[in-house]
Design a protein around this ligand. Structure first.
Ligand code: DGL
Length: 255
């Protein structure tokens, strides 16, 4: 593996920046190329063969830029395309996995909540995990219809987001959940609003730090860690409007 090569990251839009944020925090010397396929967001509106096609095209682009590893920072694309991408390309792919198991292990009430897109709930992987954990915990699910679109429009912190989130989260709070799993990479941007809605005792699980750790593990195993440097380079591409992407990156770098 070429140590100096960048890490490629892609999502159906800007949601995967929540994963980039964790990769950057854990691996500050690694250059990253990010591709937001905002023109096609949300992927959930597309047929599986289209999602596979978009994921393949983006992976080819990232590889043409020299990517040494590719992070699929999208639960929908992971569920539908990761096996195909691993079959046809010769670089490691790291995908998203909703943090249901750690949430189930931590739950004291035996009730956990999962907020995700319809496609993530339909994915084989989710179904298998759910049935495996069914005897230990009750899994309350809510499909976050409309939330990805709001984040893509730069309206994560808005009245519209607040009202949708109330309708998705209030029923699971009434059921007594003490763990809430975010099963979509756009949702961490909604955490300030989610925090206002759900009681303090509820732990929110964002799987992005675990994904960054997995990237680190693979780079170490493959002897591909970038040597230390002062300023890693980050490059951002979008198939749609750059405005929201640029604003979000500026905000995150400002932090
Ligand atoms: N960020 C994507 C995910 O994590 C959004 C969902 C979609 O595009 O369908 O699944």
């Amino acid at each position: 593996m070429d140590k100096l090569a960048p890490i490629g990251v892609f999502d159906s839009g800007i949601g995967g920046l929540s994963v980039w944020h964790e990769v950057r925090a854990l691996l500050p010397h690694e250059p990253v190329i990010y591709m937001a396929d905002s023109d096609h967001a949300p992927y959930g509106r597309h047929k599986p063969e289209e999602i596979i096609q978009y994921s393949e095209e983006i992976s080819r682009f990232l590889l043409s830029q020299g990517a040494k590893i590719i992070v699929i920072a999208c639960n929908t694309a992971t569920g539908i395309a990761i096996e195909h991408l691993r079959r046809i390309f010769n670089v490691p792919f790291v995908g998203m996995e909703p943090a249901i198991k750690p949430a189930a292990e931590k739950s004291l009430t035996g009730q956990i909540g999962v907020l995700a897109t319809a496609q993530t709930f339909e994915a084989e992987h989710f179904r298998r995990t759910k049935s495996r954990l069914a005897k230990d915990v009750e899994i309350n699910i809510a499909i976050g219809d409309g939330l990805v679109e709001l984040v893509e429009q730069g309206k994560a912190i808005s009245e519209e987001a607040r009202s949708l989130l109330h309708s998705y989260l209030d029923p699971m709070v009434s059921e007594g959940i003490d763990q809430l799993v975010l099963g979509c990479t756009h949702y961490p941007f909604l955490i300030p609003v989610i925090r206002e809605i759900v009681p303090r005792e509820i732990t929110i699980h964002n799987p992005s730090p675990a994904v960054a750790k997995q990237v680190q593990r693979i780079l170490i195993q493959s002897n591909g860690l970038h040597p230390e440097q002062d300023q890693a380079q980050y490059t951002f591409h979008s198939s749609g409007s750059r405005e929201v992407l640029d604003n979000m990156v500026a905000k995150m770098l400002g932090e």
